[in-house]
Design a protein around this ligand. Structure first.
Ligand SMILES: C[S@@+](CC[C@H](N)C(=O)[O-])C[C@H]1O[C@@H](n2cnc3c(N)ncnc32)[C@H](O)[C@@H]1O
Length: 308
C-alpha cells in the first residue's frame, strides 16, 4: 500500500539531509510530488475540501495542502541558496564544485535528448533574462532555438578535452548555455555566434552579471563568422541544407589552412575539433575529411577531427 500523504510529508519534513546543497536531484523530485499534494482534492479523497479528518487531527486536505506548501517553500529556498553560492564562486573566478564534479573522468557517455536536474541547476545559476520577441528572419534551413541538455555540455568539455589553450566557438549559440558553461567550468575562451538579437542580448547580460570575461557573444550569421579564432567548434544542429554545407566547407578550409601553416613553420600541431549534437551529426559524419572519436550518434556528443 502506498504511504499516506501525511506520512510522506512527515518523512520529508524531518529529513535534514534533504536541505543540504548536494541533494538538488532529490529536492526536485520531491518538489514535483508536492505539487500534486498541494491540491486538497488529491491529498484526501475521504474528507470534503477544507475539512479535517476527525481520526487524524494532523490530516485533512487543507492541513496537508498547507504543510505541502510550507515544505515546498523550504525546499525552494535551499535551491535558491545553492544557485546563489554557485553564482558567487563563478563571480570570484573559481570553478564551482557542482560543475567540477561533472567534469571528472567517467567511462559513461550520457545519451538521450531529454532534460534532467542539471538543466534546472544551470537555469537556476544562469537565471537568464527572458529574451524579447525573436526578430531574425528564420528560413526553412534555420533550426529554432533549443538548448543542449547540460549533461551533454559537460560531456563536450570532457570528450573534446577543452583546456586553457582552447577557444570554443558555438555556431548558433541561442541563449548561450554552451559558451557560458564552458567559460564557468574551464580556463578556455568561449564565443557564441547567433543571428537572433534577443538571444545575444540575454546571453551577454548573463555573462556580465557573472563577471565572466572569457566569454563573448557575436550577433551575426554563422556563415559570416571568423572561424580562424577557434580551436573547437560546436554545432547543435543550428541549420541544415545549404547553410550547413557552406559552414562545413568553411570549416574544412580552416583545417587545411592550419595544416599548411603547420607544414611551413613546423609549428606544434593545433588541430581543430568539430563537435556535434542532434541530427546534424549524421551529415557531419558523411564528410570524408573528418574522423569521429566515437561512433556518431544524434543523442550524444560526437567529436570529429580532420583526417591527417
Ligand atoms: C538548436 S539551437 C542551439 C542553441 C545552442 N547552440 C545550444 O546548444 O544550447 C540553434 C540556434 O541556432 C541559431 N541559428 C540558426 N541559424 C543560424 C545562422 N545562420 N547563424 C547564426 N545562428 C543561427 C538559432 O537562432 C538557434 O538559437
Amino acid at each position: 500500500m502506498p504511504d499516506s500523504p501525511e506520512k510522506l510529508l512527515s518523512q520529508w519534513e524531518n529529513t535534514d539531509s534533504l536541505f543540504v546543497p548536494d541533494q538538488l536531484p532529490l529536492r526536485l523530485e520531491i518538489l514535483d510530488r508536492l505539487e500534486v499534494l498541494d491540491q486538497p482534492e488529491v491529498s484526501d479523497q475521504s474528507a470534503g475540501p477544507g475539512q479535517l479528518d476527525a481520526r487524524f487531527p494532523e490530516s485533512g486536505p487543507a492541513i496537508v495542502s498547507a504543510r505541502a506548501r510550507r515544505l515546498r517553500a523550504r525546499l525552494e529556498a535551499a535551491n535558491v541558496e545553492l544557485y546563489a553560492s554557485i553564482r558567487s564562486s563563478i563571480r570570484q573566478g573559481s570553478v564551482p564544485a557542482a560543475f567540477a564534479r561533472q567534469l571528472e573522468p567517467t567511462p559513461i557517455q550520457p545519451g538521450g535528448l531529454h532534460y534532467d536536474y542539471l538543466d534546472e541547476l544551470v537555469a537556476g545559476v544562469f537565471a537568464f533574462d527572458q529574451p524579447g520577441e525573436a526578430r531574425a528572419p528564420a528560413g526553412p534551413e534555420n533550426v529554432f532555438y533549443q538548448p543542449t541538455p547540460a549533461r551533454h555540455i559537460f560531456s563536450l568539455i570532457r570528450q573534446a578535452g577543452i583546456a586553457a589553450r582552447d577557444v570554443l566557438l558555438d555556431l548558433g549559440s541561442g541563449l548561450g548555455h554552451v559558451p557560458l558553461l564552458v567559460s564557468a567550468s574551464t580556463s578556455a575562451r568561449a564565443i557564441g555566434v547567433e543571428f537572433e538579437p534577443a538571444y545575444v542580448a540575454s546571453a551577454r547580460s548573463c555573462a556580465q552579471k557573472l563577471n565572466l570575461d572569457r566569454v563573448s557573444f557575436l550577433l551575426e550569421d554563422a556563415r559570416d563568422a571568423d572561424l580562424s579564432i577557434a580551436t573547437v567548434f560546436y554545432l547543435y544542429t543550428p541549420f541544415t541544407g545549404s547553410i550547413l554545407r557552406t559552414v562545413l566547407y568553411r570549416l574544412r578550409a580552416q583545417a587545411n589552412l592550419r595544416a599548411q601553416a603547420e607544414q611551413k613553420v613546423k609549428a606544434a600541431p593545433r588541430p581543430i575539433r568539430i563537435c556535434t549534437f542532434g541530427p546534424c551529426t549524421i551529415t557531419v559524419a558523411q564528410q570524408r575529411w573528418l574522423v569521429p572519436d566515437t561512433s556518431p550518434a544524434e543523442d550524444r556528443i560526437t567529436v570529429f577531427r580532420a583526417r591527417s
